[in-house]
Design a protein around this ligand. Structure first.
Ligand code: BGC
Length: 450
């Protein structure tokens, strides 16, 4: 008998994303994506790595599904590459792209694994970027058309759909900080992108309802619980700004149909018109969804700093950190889940990503021991369980990631997988100890030793 037991219907899974694992970047009629373009420009990515080959999952998906079966996954979250389906972003459909995902999904179902598809995990068709990308409102319309094609083609096979992965990263990391494709650094652009991405989510949610498909649809937000560095009034103001920027800017429109006033005021003081919102947009964005997906990696600790535009500065407390230099803070997951339950949704909530990067090595006997990741995952499983005990309607947990993969600006330098990919040896797959941990957890639907 496990000492921590999850609810009977709790779903265990692992997640990936198209550009990070598929490779085959120019095969079978696929169009160019903004990540193909961005990685092919020298200097954007560590070691100038690209996703051209990645884990070669496009050709090895059957082998990968066998590994998922070996781990015992209930569900697998993957993303669909928009330019594989519509090479130009709209217009002509590439049947081979549809076939790839159809084959993948059929094989998953045969293996008894529930497919969960994300429609957008950052690989926008370059042709749409050439017309302004997400800054252009038309992109929201094209996203909806693409979503409708996928509902029509695969709606009877895929029971769980996620419109977007992390609109905060799509807008701020890619268009304000410039670290991700397309690499812009302009606040107003980033705000318009955030709005159009959210709008496209609402449009696709509406089309999903109208399609009559018998599945569930949600959105995945990256959220981190924010803590003030001290009890001082000023640090609390800083924490509130940080929370508004990271979390509420995305949660409030989706669940409450409005943007947080605090930041709106700040933006309106800075620009005449920070970004364009049309009448009715927020009603569309706040259409009812079936679940919320959250990606949790770490917390934020912040301090007041009047020289900063948002009045906060992030602090790195003395603690344990992963290879990403992200603090290991499982309690942040419990606090976050409880807060979501209190302020935003009675669920269901899925953890659509949680995991850690460490510098894994192959041992002499060919195995890969990753004790830090094992510990990280165990502690976060416990933290999730505590939220369940507090009454949060948490329905499932996807570990990030099924396998080591292309970690965006960091290229192949950072390994998040529970399966090791030996890039020097024909992308050979090796199950890490963390994969065995997940297998045990799934078998017991919990953890044996607290
Ligand atoms: C993303 C993943 C990424 C992971 C680790 C999330 O922001 O959805 O694509 O690999 O975090 O950085």
């Amino acid at each position: 008998m496990a000492e921590i037991v999850f609810p009977e219907n709790f779903e265990w899974g692992a997640a990936t994303a198209s550009y990070q694992i598929e490779g085959a970047y120019n095969e079978d009629g696929k169009g160019e994506s903004i990540w193909d373009r961005f990685t092919h420009q020298k200097g954007n990515i560590a070691n100038n790595d690209t996703g051209d080959l990645a884990c070669d999952h496009y050709h090895r998906y059957q082998e990968d599904i066998k590994l998922m079966q070996k781990i015992g996954l209930d569900t697998y979250r993957f993303s669909i590459s928009w330019p594989r389906i519509l090479p130009a972003g709209n217009g002509k459909i590439n049947q081979k792209g549809i076939d790839f995902y159809k084959n993948l999904v059929e094989e998953l179902l045969e293996a008894g694994i529930k497919p969960a598809a994300t429609l957008y995990h950052w690989d926008l068709p370059q042709k749409l970027q050439d017309n302004g990308g997400w800054e252009n409102r038309d992109t929201a319309k094209y996203f909806d058309q693409y979503a409708q094609i996928m509902y029509r083609e695969l709606g009877d096979l895929i029971p769980r759909w996620i419109t977007h992965n992390e609109p905060m990263v799509v807008s701020m990391v890619a268009n304000l900080w410039g670290e991700h494709a397309p690499g812009n650094q302009e606040l107003q652009k980033a705000l318009q992108v955030a709005h159009n991405v959210l709008l496209s989510h609402g449009l696709a949610a509406q089309s999903f309802r109208e399609s009559g498909i018998d599945g569930e649809l949600g959105i995945t937000l990256n959220l981190n619980h924010v803590y003030p560095n001290s009890d001082s009034k000023k640090d609390q103001i800083a924490a509130d700004y940080c929370d508004a920027f990271n979390n509420r800017w995305f949660l409030d429109p989706v669940f409450k149909g409005k943007y947080p006033e605090k930041l709106m005021d700040l933006y309106q003081n800075k620009f005449d018109q920070p970004f364009e919102v049309k009448a009715g947009d927020l009603d569309i964005i706040s259409r009812e969804i079936d679940f919320l997906g959250i990606n949790y990696y770490s917390r934020a600790v912040v301090k007041y700093d009047e020289d900063e535009f948002y009045n906060f500065k992030t602090i790195k407390p003395e603690a344990e950190y992963t290879e990403m230099n992200w603090e290991v803070y499982p309690k942040g997951l419990t606090d976050l889940l409880k807060r979501l339950d209190r302020e935003y949704t009675k669920g269901p909530i899925f953890i659509t990503e949680n995991g850690a990067a460490y510098d894994d090595q192959i041992a002499e006997d060919g195995s890969v021991h990753d004790p830090k990741r094992v510990n990280y995952l165990k502690e976060h499983f416990k933290a999730a369980h505590q939220a369940l005990e507090a009454g949060v309607n948490l329905a499932g947990y996807y570990v990030w990631s099924l396998m080591d993969n292309f970690e965006w600006a960091y290229g192949y330098n950072k390994r998040f997988g529970i399966i090791y990919i030996d890039y020097d040896n024909h992308q050979k797959r090796i199950l890490k100890d963390s994969a065995r941990l997940l297998k045990d957890v799934i078998e017991n639907n919990g953890l044996k030793n607290k």
